[in-house]
Structure formats: structure tokens, C-alpha cells
Design a binder for this molecule. Structure first.
Ligand SMILES: Nc1ncnc2c1ncn2[C@@H]1O[C@H](COP(=O)(O)OP(=O)(O)OP(=O)(O)O)[C@@H](O)[C@H]1O
Ligand SMILES: [Mg+2]
Length: 253
């Protein structure tokens, strides 16, 4: 029986909180490390930063013997190619995703949609309402928090809680958490989020430089790549493994 893939988006109104970073990290972790079959619809027109990353990654796999060998070893081990990425935009995203799924020779488990912030982008909300799950990264910055809470409450009140969408769950999660920040601060915020009727993941992602660690000619361990999973040593302390475990449990994967 043909099973429909799950549609998932990391989404917020605010820019620069990690929507694209988490889309790439989770796609790579699930596809290359956990054997799930992933596809990505890059709706961040016209930047298409995931597609651009794929071009850089693939360029290095072709030109750099170190990465070429890594890719060869990986393919031998896991027997699967790089996950497909399509360039799209918020308006055509769903049609492009459906085409990608129906054209795919193998079964796709999850399609991740990387959307721009909702602020001034047509089609974002109509695409979001077709997601099965939405995860909203939020940092403990007053402006980010305020805008994320208003974004999430409005989606919740206007679409999700009244059944006007496919969304089975929307979860906020803390990211860019500064180790020096006090737990009581987060506990106060957590309570406020709960009072708004919004759900929050337990996992908190720290603020850490490794998020910028891409493939390059230094051959240092890679965190963010579209062709390899995040390096196991770099995963330690990033809490990305906890995030994947928590999300997998929610989406019953
Ligand atoms: N937990 C983190 N710690 C440190 N840096 C992070 C973290 N998460 C993301 N970043 C960095 O923050 C920057 C912005 O992230 P990203 O591009 O994923 O945000 P975005 O929400 O997709 O932004 P946009 O709205 O512009 O598309 C990137 O340089 C990324 O590497
Ligand atoms: Mg982005």
C-alpha cells in the first residue's frame, strides 16, 4: 500500500533562528544516519540556500578526494544516494512536493519544507496549513519570543485548533540557549507558553558555533551538510540527537 509521506516544516515568523539549519541537520541525520528516506522542498525563493548548499557540497565531493572517498564509503555502507532537493517557493511548494513524491522511484518517508518567515511572503500560511507537523525554533530574545508567540498563537487559533488544517501538532522549542542564562528564566517563559495553550519540546538546543561548520578544504568534521550526516563528535553536546528522538516520538517514527 502506498503510504503518504509526512510533511514537516521548521517555521517561524522571525528570520535567522535556524529554520534552514534545522531542516538540513534533521534531513541529513534521518536520511544518512537513521535510514529514513527524506526529501526537501526549498521554498526560500530566491535565495534557495539549501539548494545552494547542495551545489557546494556536491562540488566538493567531485573535486576533493577526501570527500569523494567519504561519499564512496558512505554509499557502500548505506546504499542510498543523497536526498532529493527541489527549488520551489511558498506558493508552488505543495504541488512541487506532490510531484516529487509521485515521481520518486522509492518511497519517501518525510518531506521537509524550508519556508521563509511568514511576515511578507505570500503562500506561507496556505502551505503551513497542509503540514502534518510544525516545529518552531525560538530563542530567548524578547523580540523573537514575542513574534514567535504571536505567530504560533495565531496559527493555533485560526487554523489548527479549529480543524482548518492538516496540522496534527505544532511545537515550539528553545534554541540558541546561552549556557549562562538562568533556568528560572526559561521556566517562566515555559509557563507563559503553556498558558497560551502552545506545546513546547523538552529539548533545548545550545548556542554553539558548530552550527556554522560546513564542508570545506580544511576537512574538519562537518556538522551541516546535505550529503553527510552531522559528525558524531559534533553531535555530542549539540542536543540534536535528543531533538531527533523527541520529534521521532511525536511523529511516531
Ligand atoms: N543553535 C545555534 N547556535 C548557534 N548558531 C546557530 C544555531 N542555530 C542556527 N544558527 C546559525 O544562525 C544563522 C541563521 O540560521 P538559519 O539560516 O538556519 O535561520 P533561518 O531561520 O533559516 O533564517 P531565514 O529566515 O533568513 O531563512 C546561521 O548562521 C546558523 O548557522
Ligand atoms: Mg532560512
Amino acid at each position: 500500500m502506498e503510504q503518504k509521506p509526512l510533511f514537516i516544516a521548521f517555521s517561524t515568523q522571525k528570520g535567522g533562528v535556524g529554520k534552514t539549519a534545522f531542516t538540513v541537520l534533521l534531513s541529513s541525520y534521518l536520511h544518512y544516519q537513521q535510514g529514513k528516506s527524506i526529501a526537501v522542498v526549498d521554498c526560500d525563493f530566491p535565495q534557495h540556500s539549501i539548494m545552494e548548499m547542495r551545489k557546494r557540497d556536491q562540488g566538493l565531493v567531485i573535486s576533493d578526494p577526501h570527500f569523494k572517498r567519504m561519499a564512496y564509503e558512505q554509499f557502500k555502507e548505506i546504499g542510498r544516494k543523497a536526498f532529493p532537493i527541489v527549488s520551489s517557493n511558498p506558493i508552488d511548494a505543495l504541488d512541487d512536493a506532490k510531484r516529487l513524491v509521485s515521481d520518486s522511484k522509492s518511497k519517501i518517508d518525510i518531506v521537509f519544507f524550508d519556508l521563509p518567515g511568514t511576515m511578507n511572503s505570500k503562500g506561507v500560511v496556505s502551505t503551513l496549513r497542509e503540514m502534518d507537523y510544525i516545529f518552531a525554533p525560538v530563542s530567548a530574545d524578547r523580540l523573537v519570543l514575542a513574534s514567535t508567540l504571536s505567530f504560533a498563537s495565531s496559527l493555533n487559533e485560526n487554523l489548527i485548533s479549529i480543524g482548518k488544517s492538516s496540522v496534527k501538532g505544532m511545537y515550539l522549542f528553545w534554541t540558541m540557549v546561552d549556557g549562562r542564562e538562568k533556568t528560572p528564566l526559561y521556566e517562566a517563559y515555559d509557563a507563559a507558553i503553556g498558558e497560551l495553550g502552545l506545546s513546547l519540546l523538552n529539548t533545548r538546543i545550545p548556542d554553539t558555533k558548530r552550527f556554522r561548520r560546513e564542508m570545506d578544504e580544511t576537512h574538519r568534521a562537518v556538522f551541516r551538510s546535505t550529503v553527510f550526516p552531522p559528525d558524531k563528535q559534533l553531535i555530542k553536546g549539540s542536543n540534536v540527537d535528543d531533538l531527533v528522538a523527541e520529534i521521532s516520538q511525536i511523529i511516531k517514527f
